[in-house]
Design a protein around this ligand. Structure first.
Ligand code: ARG
Ligand code: ASP
Length: 712
């Protein structure tokens, strides 16, 4: 099968494609930015692309880092001071918050280096250089080998390339495939491990508007936090040590205090996570009509349960705050995505490009075959494993596996039992008596949807059992009767656990439910998915190559302003995107201005709604007009093409000075991961002057302001 795909391509002549559909937006490779130079200049840039990416001399790329594992940050002082978003530093701020020092609620600013707070586990990754290694990766890959042989050859080559680039150094590296394996890039990095929390605004500034305003414009969130990178005496990465020194970056960003106007050029450098602009119409159809709606439906149920609980008390609101934030983020984004895809007629647009493409029947067959497996995977993640109850059941299943397996030594088994005992004891002793209601509702409601929408037709064992009762009752009974609903019993069982106890556990109602579901998934579905995805991947590789060949044949020069450029999908590697500050029209008759001001915070204020509480201190600053030299701007929007991972990315002006921190997109434009539209899609940026105003006047951290280089 795999072989035939490859051979087949030999007979495909150029597939005429509507290249212009890839034309808008763009997340460009920094090392290939020369071809964007003319376009960037036309749009208003005054520096050269060499000042953005240069391997020999200090350039902006030396100031931009991957923050943690999925955000971006930037150096803003010669002492390794780093800006990122509040929602990117959130986990660290929470970890350092206690009842006595509630930094999350009240904000925090270190007034000396000694007061900065270590964040074990947090890393900052700084790219040293990137290099096209396509020829080396594909060495020995011929059209006569199978897909499997191809993969193993490629992996072997990649390992050698990375080893050669990093052996005997303190560098680390990886190779990433672009265009589904039509191009390969080597990335060589330094990873800094001593990163300390320096400042954060209070939650009602850093998270102002909460989930209600999330993904929305107009926006008034002061979404920033401040960290610092520490190094050894040679300015090199080191494990945490209190004697480490602030890192001296090769380049840090100057900060512009100038006013920004509609039309001004901006660019963003950062780590966008995932886009899927080459998807076929079949894939977009699945996302728009099946996957996103199923996810939204399931998360709506969970959110309703949490929200009802949160209404009960302030303590409960806090208890479920982070769950709600993370569930609601995707939930809201997918709703925007579906709306946007429909509005743009994305499926029809894709279909038009696919006319006369001989690969389409193969795509269709694979998508048809894969749909059931993909949905099963989705339901397992979003429904079956969405309650604590089922997550704990999964741990019990592993314990059964270990007990049953003769190869498990008594020591290994005991270690696992102790871990599980400690974990579950803490869980039950926390607030299980009240949390039980929430967790059981989540279990019953998500499982009911899972059953009605999917399992009924796909799991005979469930259909037979549920025949006699109502679906809800069936699942409610499972929760009721499981040992996991009886803290004393499960604790006792684990405390005195003997290997043979697995037999008893095996008869538990929760195990009886989860074991066949996960069994089918692990033993068969995963393998099917892997096989189909690998076939799809090869097909996309060929399809994308055809697009690229066609594009290269027809384009007039390397310069993207001459021919709308094609760029590789985001894959959490460093990219540059650029555009202009611009308002937009979310719907007929409405135009949204391109910036917001503090007046909007005062307008939104509602002391009774947690997300809209405004501190007296901020009101004093505003009403006493104590905002100089920063002014009253809070956020602005522009046409930069960004996605998840770009949070915290520096937004720069025509001279390469920092003017803001990227933190979100507008709801109407969230389909940009699949289809970008320059009229509808905007990135949302925190105006850096609001960030400075809060650091200076609210947190009173003049020590930090003094480190910065401000351009007036
Ligand atoms: N929507 C933004 C992004 O995707 C910010 C998310 C954090 N904020 C929140 N209210 N949940 O990551
Ligand atoms: N808020 C996103 C992030 O955290 C950015 C986006 O999706 O536009 O990376």
């Amino acid at each position: 099968m795999q072989k035939s795909i490859i051979l087949f391509t030999f007979f495909i002549s150029a597939i005429c494609c509507n290249i212009s559909s890839f034309a808008q937006g763009g997340m460009w490779l920094p090392s290939e930015l020369d071809k964007n130079q003319k376009d960037m200049r036309t749009k208003g840039m005054r520096i050269s692309t060499k000042e953005i990416y240069d391997e020999q001399n200090a350039s902006i790329k030396d100031a931009v880092v991957l923050f943690g594992r999925g955000c971006t940050g930037e150096f803003v002082s010669e002492k390794g001071l780093l800006f990122t978003n509040h929602h990117c530093g959130y986990g660290e701020i929470v970890k350092h918050s206690t009842v006595e020092h509630d930094y999350l609620t009240n904000g925090f600013a270190a007034k000396t280096l000694e007061e900065e707070l270590p964040c074990p586990g947090l890393t900052v990754t700084l790219l040293q250089y990137m290099k096209d290694v396509t020829d080396e990766v594909l060495k020995g890959v011929t059209s006569s080998i199978t897909e499997k042989e191809r993969k193993s050859k490629i992996n072997e080559n990649i390992k050698n390339i990375v080893d050669n680039a990093t052996k005997g150094t303190n560098l680390s590296g990886y190779v990433k495939a672009l265009y589904y394996g039509n191009q390969y890039m080597l990335y060589v990095n330094k990873i800094y491990k001593d990163v300390r929390l320096v400042a954060a605004p209070p939650s009602n500034i850093g998270k102002f508007g909460g989930d209600t305003d999330n993904w929305m414009w107009p926006r008034h969130t002061g979404d920033f936090s401040v960290f610092r990178v520490y190094v050894d005496e040679n300015n090199e990465p080191a494990e945490y040590n209190k004697n480490n020194k602030p890192y001296k970056p090769k380049k840090y960003l100057k900060i512009s205090l100038k006013d920004k106007q509609e039309g001004d050029f901006t660019f963003v450098m950062g780590y966008p996570g995932t886009t899927q602009q080459f998807l076929t119409s079949y894939a977009v159809e699945d996302i728009q009509n099946l996957e996103d709606p199923a996810r939204i439906k399931l998360r709506t149920e969970r959110l309703n349960v949490y929200k009802d609980a949160q209404e009960e008390s302030a303590a409960k609101r806090l208890r479920y705050a982070s769950e709600v934030a993370s569930i609601a983020n995707g939930w809201k984004k997918w709703q925007g995505e579906v709306k946007g895809l429909k509005f743009l007629n994305a499926i029809q647009k894709k279909q038009q490009q696919e006319v006369n493409n001989p690969l389409m029947p193969q795509f269709k067959r694979l998508y048809d075959e894969n749909r059931k497996y993909k949905m099963e995977q989705l339901y397992i993640g979003e429904a079956v494993l969405s309650s604590d109850f089922m997550l704990h059941t999964r741990r019990l299943l592993s314990l059964i596996d270990l007990s049953w397996n003769e190869a498990t030594t008594d020591e290994t088994l005991q270690i696992e039992i102790d871990k599980l005992y400690n974990y579950l004891s803490a869980y039950y002793d926390n607030d299980f008596s009240s949390h039980r209601k929430v967790d059981s509702m989540i279990f019953v409601r998500t499982m009911t949807i899972f059953y009605n929408d999917f399992a009924k037709d796909n799991y005979t064992f469930l259909r037979t059992k549920i025949k006699q009762t109502s679906v809800e009752d069936y699942f409610a009974n499972i929760y009721q009767s499981s040992i996991l609903n009886n803290p004393n019993k499960i604790k006792k069982l684990l405390k005195d656990y003997k290997r043979t106890n697995y037999k008893k556990l095996f008869k538990d109602s929760a195990i009886e439910l989860l074991s066949p579901i996960l069994g089918q998934y692990i033993n068969s579905t995963q393998e099917q998915l892997a096989q189909n995805n690998s076939k799809l991947d090869s097909l996309y590789r060929i399809n994308t190559k055809n697009y690229l060949d066609d594009y290269n044949r027809n384009k007039q020069s390397q310069d993207v302003s001459m021919n709308n450029g094609i760029f590789p999908d985001a894959n959490l590697t460093l990219r540059v995107t650029y555009g202009n500050i611009a308002p937009f029209k979310p719907r007929n008759g409405v135009t949204y201005r391109h910036y917001t001001t503090i007046a909007g915070i005062m307008e939104k204020e509602d002391p009774n709604i947690y997300d809209y509480v405004v501190e007296k201190k901020l009101k004093d600053i505003y009403y006493n007009n104590d905002m100089a030299p920063y002014g009253d701007r809070v956020a602005f929007i522009a046409t930069n093409h960004t996605t998840g991972g770009n949070s915290g990315s520096p937004v720069m002006d025509a001279d390469g000075n920092l003017i803001g921190l990227n933190f979100d997109r507008n709801w109407e434009g969230t389909m940009s991961d699949i289809l970008y539209d320059k009229d509808l899609c905007r990135n949302i940026t925190l105006d850096v002057r609001y960030c400075l105003l809060i650091i200076d006047k609210y947190l009173e951290a003049n020590n930090l302001i003094e480190e910065l280089e401000l351009v007036k």
